[in-house]
Design a binder for this molecule. Structure first.
Ligand code: CTP
Ligand code: MN
Ligand code: MN
Ligand code: MN
Length: 372
């Protein structure tokens, strides 16, 4: 029998992304691309349930080492409901989904896509603008009753550059820029690449780094000093710095939420073409000699480092399922700060990501296997 046919005995696929090794090799792109449009559209319509259902289905198909070639092949897969199966069937029969085609040409979907492509604009703001009858960037920029915050102003200013993907070569160059700035202000500090590029992606929407100091407490002044250094180098185009609101004494009750409380900054940096092997990935930038790129820095206290690294490495779906697995299957609470055992009423210590997987009774997964 051919690979993946119903006659091949296959191991059952887990309902949790943290129990599925998901590399960047996606054998089911035509289905997952369709699902992602549907998930996004549900997100734009504040329908969290169906949105999550399509995100879970996407993640299951991404994890398969084989391509779905008939509907029967999906019968033992978790997280696929009536609706997802209908889309799979359409794509199998017609090569495309009519529901997805309709969405792609839908004015509301297109406008939300356009507006949320601006740094600082989420579905809520997009909705507000859409309901006011605004449909284009010029509609927004010429409407003087619209107030843009500083993040959105930079988002529009640098939209051309930051809506273009960042390449792995650009990420490597930024790594040495960040390394330089961090070591200039704190020689003992460490810098680690996290986010999509740490999972081995060739392209990303930004570059994410975790910085910390071996001395507990020293991380407090780290980001403000790094930001000053980037400013002095003349490469800081935008900076939104959020000081730490982390307090271990407020765990576990207050902190087990989506956003972490570590010091962080969302930046737009100027990257010189001459510093990137093979040149910039952005054609206009290459002519200009530089491009704008989005960079995120997070700076946890060193004793929280493994939790922060695990949380910031992603993918988002991998993180969601890791937390859900901890809660539902283990009675534990996991977030970017800590792991708490509700039965034992204690925090579980970890000095590496491996320790956290072990506490959860999960096989360790490398970052490149977390592309759920
Ligand atoms: N993250 C987080 N808290 C934030 C922002 C991000 O915990 N305030 C985590 C996300 O859960 C994600 C990781 O950081 O797992 C990276 O986020 P992001 O840069 O948005 O996504 P990537 O996976 O890096 O993908 P992309 O290439 O689009 O940047
Ligand atoms: Mn990223
Ligand atoms: Mn992202
Ligand atoms: Mn990011």
């Amino acid at each position: 029998p051919t690979e993946g046919s119903p006659l091949t005995p296959v191991a059952t696929v887990s309902r949790y992304a943290c129990q599925r090794r998901t590399t960047l090799e996606n054998h089911n792109k035509k289905f997952t691309d369709a699902f992602e449009v549907l998930a996004e559209s549900y997100e734009f319509n504040n329908m969290e349930g169906p949105c999550l259902a399509f995100r879970r289905a996407t993640s299951v198909l991404k994890s398969l080492p084989w391509a779905v070639r008939c509907l029967g092949a999906t019968q033992d897969l978790p997280c696929l409901g009536q609706h997802t199966k209908k889309v799979i069937e359409e794509v199998l029969q017609c090569g495309r989904s009519f529901e997805v085609e309709k969405l792609l040409s839908d004015e509301r979907y297109q406008t939300f896509k356009l507006f949320t492509s601006v740094f600082g604009v989420g579905p809520k703001t997009a909705e507000k603008w859409f309901c006011r009858g605004l449909r284009s960037f010029s509609d927004i920029l010429t409407d003087h009753s619209i107030h843009l915050n500083r993040m959105q102003q930079s988002g529009f200013l640098h939209h051309g550059d930051i809506s273009r993907a960042v390449s792995a070569a650009e990420a490597r160059s930024l790594r040495s820029v960040i390394d330089g700035a961090v070591h200039c202000v704190t020689p003992a500090a460490t810098v680690a690449l996290t986010g999509g590029f740490h999972r081995g992606k060739e392209f990303g929407h930004d570059v994410d780094f975790i910085v910390t100091t071996p001395e507990l407490g020293e991380e407090e002044s780290l980001l403000p000093n790094v930001i000053d250094e980037l400013k002095e180098q003349g490469i800081l185009l935008y900076c939104n710095y959020q000081a730490s609101t982390f307090d271990m004494r407020k765990l576990p009750n207050h902190h087990f939420e989506a956003m972490d409380h570590f010091a962080k900054c969302f930046l737009i940096l100027r990257l010189e073409s001459s510093q990137v092997e093979g040149g910039l990935h952005c054609a206009e930038g290459d002519i200009r000699g530089w491009r704008a790129v989005r960079v995120d820095l997070v700076s946890p206290p060193v004793d929280r480092y493994p939790f922060a690294l695990l949380g910031w490495t992603g993918s988002r779906q991998f993180e969601r399922d890791l937390r859900r697995f901890a809660r539902v299957e283990r009675g534990m609470l996991l977030d970017n700060h800590a792991l708490y055992d509700k039965k034992k009423k204690e925090f579980l210590a970890a000095s590496t990501e491996k320790d956290i997987f072990a506490h959860l009774g999960l096989e360790y997964m490398e970052p490149w296997q977390r592309n759920a």
